[in-house]
Design a protein around this ligand. Structure first.
Ligand SMILES: [Zn+2]
Length: 339
């Protein structure tokens, strides 16, 4: 127990230790490497502060600072296409990629414009059930209701959510109790009880096909697939898993008229996608598939189990980013068994 408590301190220790490495001397030790980052949503600082589920979002001001920092410290910001090319063929440069998963409206309104202002590319891994309106965005809807109201009605009671602490606690508890196959149904009942127009709510949070078509014409935007229904691929029988992979690719390709070459597994940890699923991504015709296992991309890494480092909105500091860029957060995760 004592040892595991010590291990639990590793991530913050890693941050403290890696900051001094954040210079060229790190390259002599670590060499050329790639680091793939991923996140879901982003919001302006004044909104981010108030969000009940703000760990799920990046503060746009931080993202702006991070992009400037990476450019200033000699990192190339590249597409997944280029990252996989470099990992296969070798590169003497350090490179990073940013991928934004699922498909939220703020990707169109805030995230892509920020990358454009830095003249660097960004990758979007889209779950096609979002622009198609077939995937209930229960987490986004729940969060908005909690943010806007002082009181919400649940199945068996009403609760006060007037303060930011109450909103955050309510989001945590309700999301936990809904998470699973019944989430869509529970959310629909919640919307009915609270007088929420579910389709209007969906439109406020979902990226649309029109938005994706605009983004698809931008040379700085790379679009990849992220399943049809945001299913946990490892939990599906083979034919259903292949349907999620190929179905999302085909839907994006036909709607946008673009080749869709890269895929990202939903959830992406070791319990969510494994060797069978990496092989399915290859058989479905993708050029690469990304997980959310932390770590660095080195020469010769398997293209169908790419590591990605999830950026948590609550832990946004350049020191935390350096822990990813040096690979130490990946080492800590493996030590802690968080893979
Ligand atoms: Zn996702």
């Amino acid at each position: 127990m004592k040892l595991s408590a010590e291990f639990a301190k590793l991530p913050s220790l890693v941050e403290t230790l890696t900051m001094p490495l954040a210079n060229r001397s790190a390259d002599r030790v670590l060499g050329a490497r790639g680091c793939l980052f991923t996140f879901h949503r982003a919001a302006p600082s004044h909104i981010w502060q108030r969000l009940p589920n703000r760990a799920f979002y990046l503060d746009l001001a931080f993202l702006d600072r991070l992009l400037s920092y990476l450019k200033r410290t000699g990192w190339d910001i590249v597409t997944v296409e280029e990252a996989t090319r470099r990992s296969q063929q070798g590169s003497d440069r350090r490179y990073v990629n940013f991928s934004v998963d699922d498909g939220y409206r703020d990707t169109f309104e805030h995230v892509v414009p920020l990358f454009r202002s830095h003249a660097v590319p960004v990758t979007l891994f889209v779950t096609t059930g979002i622009p198609d309106g077939t995937l209930p965005m229960w987490s986004a809807g729940l969060e908005e209701v909690l943010l806007e109201r002082d009181r919400v009605v649940l199945l068996d009671r009403a609760i006060e959510v007037a303060t930011e602490d109450q909103k955050r606690a309510a989001f945590r508890d309700i999301a936990k109790s809904w998470d699973g196959p019944a989430a869509g149904e529970l959310y629909a009942r919640f919307c009915a009880l609270n007088g929420i127009d579910q389709s209007a709510m969906h439109a406020r949070h979902a990226i649309s096909w029109d938005m994706l078509a605009q983004l698809g014409r931008d040379p700085l935007v790379e679009i990849g697939a992220h399943t049809v229904s945001h299913a946990r691929i490892s939990a599906l029988p083979e034919h259903a898993a292949l349907g999620e992979l190929a179905g999302s690719r085909d839907r994006l390709a036909s709607e946008l008229g673009l080749p869709i070459r890269h895929f990202a597994f939903p959830y992406g940890r070791s319990g969510d996608c494994g060797p069978r699923d990496f092989d399915l991504a290859r058989r479905a015709g993708f050029s690469s598939a990304a997980t959310t296992r932390k770590g660095l991309l080195r020469r010769g890494h398997d293209a169908y189990s790419l590591p990605r480092n999830t950026i948590n909105g609550d832990r946004c500091s350049l020191a935390a980013m350096e822990a990813h860029l040096t690979g130490l957060s990946g080492m800590a995760a493996r030590l802690l068994g968080r893979v």
